[in-house]
Design a protein around this ligand. Structure first.
Ligand SMILES: Cc1cc2nc3c(=O)[nH]c(=O)nc-3n(C[C@H](O)[C@H](O)[C@H](O)COP(=O)(O)OP(=O)(O)OC[C@H]3O[C@@H](n4cnc5c(N)ncnc54)[C@H](O)[C@@H]3O)c2cc1C
Length: 297
């Protein structure tokens, strides 16, 4: 089942995943994580699919004698992931609508075509969207920039663009995804997140000028939607679910059910059991994912 991962960016051998955790540099992470080439862990795809847990990662690092205070930033990010999961568990489908405040202003419920086509004219953004399509990964800061352009500059409501991003992410996790989009859009936070071209240039090592984001921050308060973001794209995302296999159950054995959020390869490893991967169509109708996430399940 681990074969679903892109072999280069996300190796699928369990021993390679363990090595990635062991060789990760959590102190360097704190200082560099916001840069596009920062020392991030690239562990999210494994965490989201339940292959490894945040608890296990933290224990592995503490066993290497890192002082928790020195790796605080990384621990905080692991905690954010688990916190968003707990919000999903407690609020259920309520996270699919504005959680704390109504997003404002909203002028459309779609997504700018320039985002879908990776054609905003902001090179770092366009490159990151192409990267998302090609690899299933996008750096956290780029996710924030994209969500900010979509929700706070193009005034699109967050739900459909969040579905678009989730569809392509190998680390697709609806809690982290929807609640982060809402955080950027100000519906799950006290203020909207804005980034200007200068900020993007700094963290992405570009030197662009004259784009629609090349403004000082106060200008965002009275911002007109730029022409390039006015053309909208209405999509209908579908999960290409495989046909079911015939299931043979050995009645004398216990049955272990795996799902999209739990493909832990060492779960009750020594137990002789029926092991069934359940891909519930109703789940994937609400939260569609692209073929890359399912093709080799
Ligand atoms: C708009 C938007 C959408 C997002 N959608 C998803 C998603 O679908 N799935 C997902 O796993 N993460 C999502 N994130 C959070 C974050 O971008 C990714 O977890 C992170 O970029 C994954 O890369 P990494 O493993 O190298 O992370 P690292 O920076 O190395 O962090 C280590 C781990 O901490 C957790 N983490 C890090 N940052 C965050 C965060 N901001 N919120 C929650 N958990 C975090 C992840 O599990 C990650 O693997 C989203 C963030 C934004 C702003």
């Amino acid at each position: 089942m681990l074969e679903l991962f892109d072999k280069k960016l996300f190796p699928s051998k369990y021993s390679d995943i363990l090595n990635r955790i062991k060789s990760f540099k959590p102190i360097k992470y704190g200082a560099s994580r916001n840069y596009v080439n920062g020392s991030v862990s690239y562990l999210s795809a494994y965490i989201s699919r339940g292959v490894i847990s945040t608890k296990f990662i933290l224990k592995t690092l503490l066993d290497k004698n890192y002082n928790p205070a020195d790796i605080e930033k990384f621990i905080q990010e692991l905690a954010w992931r688990d916190y968003w999961q707990q919000i999903w568990i407690s609020k259920g489908k309520l996270i699919n609508s504005d959680l704390k405040n109504s997003q404002f202003p909203v002028s459309n419920s779609s997504t700018p075509k320039a985002i879908i086509d990776a054609n905003t004219g902001i090179s770092a953004i366009d490159k990151s969207i192409i990267g998302l399509y090609e690899t299933g990964y996008m750096h956290n800061h780029l996710r924030m920039y994209v969500a900010s352009i979509v929700c706070n500059i193009a005034q699109s409501h967050w739900i459909n663009p969040a579905r678009w991003m989730y569809y392509y992410l190998l680390d697709a996790d609806w809690a982290s995804n929807s609640l982060s989009w809402q955080w950027v859009a100000g519906s799950n936070s006290n203020k909207k997140y804005f980034a200007n071209q200068e900020n993007i240039n700094k963290y992405c090592f570009t030197n662009q000028k004259g784009t629609f984001l090349d403004v000082d921050y106060p200008e965002f308060q009275k911002f007109e939607i730029p022409e390039v973001l006015k053309h909208l794209y209405f999509f209908n995302l579908k999960t290409p679910l495989p046909n079911s296999d015939d299931i043979t159950i050995e009645n004398s054995l216990p049955t272990l059910l795996y799902n999209f959020y739990n493909i832990d390869p060492i779960w009750k490893k020594n137990l002789k059991a029926n092991r069934i991967l359940l891909l519930e169509p109703s789940h994937f109708e609400t939260y569609p994912v692209c073929k890359r996430l399912l093709i080799l399940l």
